[in-house]
Structures are given as C-alpha cells and as structure tokens.
Write a protein that binds this ligand. Structure first.
Ligand code: C5P
Length: 230
C-alpha cells in the first residue's frame, strides 16, 4: 500500500475537544494535503440511522451490511472530503445535539468500525492526507509516517467546545456541565472493545492546553518537514 502513495499520511488522534479537527485542517492546508475528519463519518452514520428510523434499542444488532445500506460516502474536494448520505451532502446536521449525544454509542459497535474502514483507507490510498479521529494512527493507518496524539485539560476542552458553540463568556456552571458531557464521551470512546481511544505506538504527544493554535500547527508541520530533508 505504502509504495503506491505519492506522499505521507499524518494522523491526529485524541479525546473530544482536544483541537484535532481544526488543527488537522490547518496542517493539511499548510502542507497542501487533504484533510479527512473521520468523526464526521461516524456522525454521518449516526445521522443516517436516526433518519432511517431504526429504534436505538436495535442498534446493537445491526450488521455491517445494514450500515453500508445507509450509503455514507465521501467525495474528494480540493482541501478534503464532502460527506454524503445517500448521495446528498450533509453538513450542519452532523453537529446537532441529536447526533452528538448518540454518536459514541454507534461508534462502539464492531459493525460501524467495519463499515467505515474501507472508505477511510481509500481516502488515504495516495497519501498526502491528514486524518483526525480516535483510531487513525492505531487502527486505520497503522503505517502512517507521522502520528500525533493531542491532549488538553478537560476544562480547557470544555471551554473550547462552548466557544465553538458561540458561548463567548462561559460561566463556571456552563464549563462544569460541558466537562461532564465531554468526560462521558471520552469514557465511552476509551473503554469500548473495538478501536478504543489510545495513544498510538510511536506517536508524538502534544498537550495543547497552553499552546497557541499557531504553535500547534507549526510543531506538526515541522514533524512532516523533517521526513523529507531539503
Ligand atoms: O471527532 P468528533 O467529536 O466529531 O467524533 C465524534 C465521535 O465519533 C467520537 O466521540 C467517537 O465516538 C467517534 N469516532 C470514533 N473514531 C474515530 C472518529 C470518531 O469512534 N476515528
């Protein structure tokens, strides 16, 4: 697989709110690579399942074929991938509360991991990809040239999430409530049997709690630059 690549794969894994997606997007833009947001795929699968009306108590019995029938796919763009459900581009729906509160449950099922594997690997077949998620470096792209594991303090991650949601000056109460929600999703993602959230072997640990966004991006770009000496 590696021989056919035209460039490296960079993986960014980490818990919710660690800044993976925004960092991955900026790193990809600097390098001229495509960005793959794998969380968006799990969100799309959750959205499609909710739309299809399958009751949640039946999700654990779903097979890979059931999930493939929901037709989650991606279409390459210049900078990344559009996520489609049954041929229709989905965007804001993926970040809704309805999806966010259920995605970790669906992502814990073996069928959902299997269903999205080929799609993710196809996105990286030619390299020049920055992929972010929970198992990019450990399971989906174990031979990635650069692996990064991003972490940040829970309260800082909660503040970032609230800021993303438009809460400019969150109260202590807002932060405590959001911390609880994030901690619960982390627990789900770390304790599951299939593809649990783990620091991949040989990955670079970057704590973003007190790091500026620009420095986060620079430090990852420099890891990639070091791969190919001028
Ligand atoms: O990154 P984001 O918060 O959008 O991910 C949503 C959820 O999708 C995560 O909480 C996790 O349950 C799941 N996920 C996963 N594996 C990935 C990416 C996301 O299990 N590679």
């Amino acid at each position: 697989m590696k021989e056919e690549r035209r460039g490296p794969i960079v993986t960014l894994d980490g818990p919710a709110g660690s800044g993976k997606s925004s960092t991955a997007k900026a790193v990809a833009a600097r390098l001229g690579f495509r960005h793959l947001d794998s969380g968006a795929l799990y969100r799309a699968l959750t959205f499609a399942l909710l739309e299809s009306g399958v009751p949640e108590e039946r999700w654990t019995g779903l097979t890979e074929a059931d999930l493939l029938a929901l037709e989650v796919s991606v279409e390459p763009t210049e900078t990344g991938f559009d996520v489609l459900v049954a041929g229709r581009a989905v965007g804001d729906e993926l970040r809704s509360q309805r999806v966010t509160s259920r995605v970790a449950r669906l992502a814990s099922l073996r069928a959902s991991r299997a269903c999205l594997m080929a799609l993710q690997r196809a996105a990286g077949a030619h390299g020049r990809l920055v992929a972010d998620g929970r198992d990019m470096g450990s399971v989906v792209f174990p031979d990635a040239e650069v692996k990064v594991y991003l972490v940040a303090d829970l309260t800082e991650r909660a503040r970032r999430r609230l800021r993303d949601e438009g809460v400019r000056v969150p109260t202590d109460r807002d932060v405590a409530a959001q911390s609880g929600v994030i901690a619960e999703r982390d627990r789900h993602d770390s304790e599951r049997e299939f593809s649990p959230l783990r620091k991949p072997e040989a990955s670079h640990l970057i704590d973003t709690t007190r790091l500026s966004f620009e420095n986060q991006v620079k430090s990852i770009v420099s890891l990639v630059d070091r791969l190919t000496p001028p």
